[in-house]
Design a protein. Structure first.
Length: 352
């Protein structure tokens, strides 16, 4: 098939999966461009793993199609195309299970062979990917002796040992310590810069906000939002601006009032009564604004004109993603299905 959108490498079209009478995923459509990292978010049971299994052909869609780019053309994934197309894809879905008596070298060589990696290069490739995750000293040790995090890391590299163009990673950072999470974050960005396309699901909003180009939020099997964090924020017209002053004012309420009067005309939000609040935990002032970059610039300029010494002026991506996530889950479900609202809020961990 020829196509105009030659930068699209995965195209999900009206993908649905029905288990009995229950739709785990319903009419899910999105296109992913080459070199993008897509962060798939959603509460437990939302349909993330089911979607990823359909992309990886571990599950056959009830209806809808998965298209994957191969040699310049988008090809429909069917049972017949399975092996040949799936070589372009690496996936880690749920907990990786390995035979305890095998070593990383044996496991990774096996996966590389299975996925058609050139035989002569397997040895050096296995060493290369083991180095990527800092398990050099463990290459010949039995995985039965590995910790949970080490197995998880091994699972990640077993998905990419054959150097696939597309990676589908279901919660790759779950169970990893902060240092290992950071290593994986770096690895994902490195792969992205090599032109790999990555579909990543996670409950760790920070990890996702640091690497993902676009966010897909799924709830009750439906795609609720799909865009950059920045665009989603400006659509929701409500962002948080962190303002830390050089010295903590003696009278916080007076400073708050002052900031409120300076900032309020420039936030682009008419119907909000209180714009500035003080976060006593982090000792910073927080202003709500409409997420527009021009407004953000105006606010900074006003603060400088008023000789207020600001040492940090930023939109915290994680907390804004968390806000967005919660809003999108609650809001859109209300529109679509009022009966499901309570259930959705509960599953998203939102307390009334
Ligand atoms: N094989 C199956 N048979 C029946 N129902 C299933 C099956 N697999 C998944 N489901 C159901 O489909 C829904 C979506 O499950 P899925 O595993 O895709 O969620 P998830 O978003 O990955 O959740 P989590 O964040 O907990 O991993 C859930 O309600 C689940 O119970
Ligand atoms: Mg899952």
């Amino acid at each position: 098939m020829t196509d105009e959108n030659s930068d699209i490498v995965i195209s999900l079209r009206n993908l649905s999966k029905k288990f009995g009478d229950f739709y785990a995923v319903s009419n899910f459509s999105l296109d992913v461009k080459k070199g993008e990292i897509i962060g798939l978010l959603g509460p437990n049971g939302a349909g993330k793993t089911t979607t990823m299994k359909m992309i990886s052909r571990l599950l056959i869609p009830s209806t809808g199609e998965v298209w994957i780019r191969d040699n310049g053309n988008l090809e429909l994934l069917t049972n017949r195309s399975k092996d040949y197309l799936l070589d372009h894809l690496g996936f880690l879905i749920e907990n990786p299970a390995f035979y305890d008596h095998m070593t990383p070298k044996q496991i990774l060589s096996y996966f590389a062979r299975l996925k058609g990696y050139p035989k002569k290069k397997i040895r050096s490739r296995v060493e290369e990917v083991i180095n990527m995750i800092g398990l050099e000293g463990w290459i010949d040790k039995k995985v039965g002796t590995f910790s949970k995090g080490m197995r998880q890391k091994l699972g990640i590299v077993s998905a990419l040992v054959h150097d696939p163009e597309i990676l589908v990673l279901d919660e790759p950072q779950t169970g990893l310590d902060p240092k290992a999470r950071r290593e994986i974050r770096k690895l994902l960005l490195k792969l992205k810069h090599q032109g790999k396309t990555i579909f990543l699901s996670s409950h760790l909003l920070y990890e996702v906000s640091e690497v993902a180009d676009r966010i897909a939020i799924i709830n009750l099997g439906n795609l609720v939002a799909f865009d950059t964090i920045r665009n989603l924020e400006s659509e929701s017209q409500d962002s948080l601006l962190r303002i830390q002053l050089l010295t903590l004012p003696v009278d916080i309420p007076i400073m708050r009032d002052k900031l409120e009067s300076i900032i309020k005309p420039h936030v682009g939000m008419k119907n909000v009564s209180e714009i500035v609040s003080y976060n006593s935990d982090s000792q910073v002032f927080e202003a709500r604004f409409n997420g527009n970059l021009v407004n953000q610039g105006r606010i900074l300029k006003e603060l400088a004109l008023n000789k207020i010494d600001v040492v940090d002026f930023s939109v915290p991506r994680t907390s804004s993603l968390e806000e967005l996530y919660i809003k999108l889950l609650a809001g859109i479900v209300t529109e679509r299905n009022p009966v499901a609202e309570v259930q959705a809020k509960e599953s998203a961990g939102i307390m009334e």
